[in-house]
Design a binder for this molecule. Structure first.
Ligand SMILES: [Fe+2]
Length: 246
């Protein structure tokens, strides 16, 4: 897979995209990014993972489903392989201008699928706040979009002295949105009845350390808002055990 991706990513002018990323306040959208065979496999997995979706509802903020990295590791490991792809990471580093690290083993957001399958599924305005000591980059990958949902966003809300610039897109299968989580204010608008939308999220960091109190906040948020207590705390317990095992 890495070889195919590496070939496909050669068609992009990295310097031009880097300039565009900076100019847009650490944000870039590309409507055709992944090779067709990689996208097709993601679509297939997104459909087959539907029974494993964890549904969440936070009144006034979000409603939807998600499949965490722990489930992906068990049932669709090719997604984890894509997340770790050296060709992809090399390209992301060129565009962000940062040395990127994989998110730690116990972070369920490292790679996850988000499902909008019922009427009203959405997420309100937010930032992908970094609880790490370094920056946190989000890469959204379009997988399935049979919906009217839109990614609304505002560029430059945290650029000193700048005027915020609003935007709105629907990102089709194989497209990507890349941004610095602390800089892009964004939301997904509510889905209508009988619509389906699945988005894949990859998270990369520049410093994987996290202060203990931030870890507690992050864990609680993940358990309540995304993956459920069992996924977050059992998996984290397991990860700690792993680290203690030679
Ligand atoms: Fe987000």
């Amino acid at each position: 897979m890495d070889h195919g991706l590496s070939q496909a990513l050669r068609r992009f002018d990295r310097e031009r995209l880097r300039a565009q990323f900076v100019e847009q306040g650490a944000f870039l959208y590309l409507d055709a990014f992944l090779p067709a065979d990689v996208t097709a496999r993601l679509v297939q997995s997104a459909r087959s993972l539907e029974p494993a979706v964890n549904r969440n509802y936070l009144p006034g903020h979000k409603q939807g489903g998600s499949v965490s990295r722990h489930t992906i590791d068990r049932l669709a490991p090719h997604i984890a392989e894509l997340y770790r792809s050296p060709a992809l990471i090399d390209w992301l580093e060129a565009v962000t201008g940062d040395k990127l690290l994989l998110s730690p083993k116990d972070d369920p957001h490292a790679y996850a699928l988000y499902y909008y399958t019922r009427e009203g599924d959405h997420i309100g305005w937010h930032y992908d706040t970094s609880y790490y000591d370094g920056r946190r980059y989000t890469l959204l990958v379009g997988v399935i979009d049979e919906s009217s949902c839109r990614l609304d966003y505002e560029l430059h809300t945290r650029t000193p002295g700048a005027t915020a610039i609003p935007g709105s897109i629907q990102y089709p299968p194989g497209s990507i949105v890349l941004f610095d989580g602390d800089k892009l204010r964004h939301r997904i608008t509510p889905s209508k009845a009988n619509e389906m939308r699945v988005s894949l999220t990859f998270e990369y960091v520049t410093d994987a350390r996290m202060r203990p109190w931030r870890r507690l906040i992050s864990n609680m948020k993940d358990a309540i808002a995304y993956f459920g207590f069992r996924q977050v705390f059992r998996a984290r317990g397991a990860a700690r055990t792993d680290q203690g095992t030679p």
